[in-house]
Ligand binder design. Sequence first.
Ligand code: DX5
Ligand code: ZN
Length: 221
Amino acid sequence: MTDFLIAPSILSADFARLGAEVDAVLEAGADVVHFDVMDNHFVPNLTIGPMVCSALRKYGVTAPIDVHLMVQPVDRIIGDFAEAGASIITFHPEASTHIDRSLELIRAAGCQSGLVFNPATPLHYLDYVMDKVDVILLMSVNPGFGGQQFIPTTLDKLKEARQRITASGRPIRLEIDGGIKVDNIASVAAAGADMFVAGSAIFNQSDYRTVIEAMRAELAT
Ligand code: DX5
Ligand code: ZN
């Protein structure tokens, strides 16, 4: 049986109560904290940086923190996030001038590394770096905001990414981010995803446990 990871995106959390919100989703059964970093340059929104990641660690969060960088440039923020307690760091290939180097910097900093693909970004960026990625993250919305609609062509792209992972023989995670809900999580799992980011679907409900358990029930079918 595949082990599926549920990664709530704190983009949709109440930032004024962030520590308590993270505790609540982990207590409700989440596996990973998805941490969206936006710079108002690579994407048209501005969020949080290494200080907030570090604050969550000091607050006592021990779960893996999955840092999704939507920033340009990439390299100079990698070390700061590693020091701040990031577990996984992913970036968009368009945002890095030297993709191989950025991936190596992440691993050298002691984190798991990954590439993120926008809906219209081809997977060929993986061609020569499959041995340097631990995670492939496919965006199923255009990045920048929570609460957008899932783009259905992502299903075929997930299948292609899963084929690449199988061919590589490496235990690479296939993460999906954007518009994931209880009613579509089974279809993205069937297409090959094994790590699921969900922001609004979880944080817009009052009872996080009910949503996460409903997602797991869908994954078990
Ligand atoms: C979008 C972010 C996502 C976002 C997902 O740019 O990368 O992680 O928070 O939010 P939902 O699940 O609401 O689409
Ligand atoms: Zn994200």
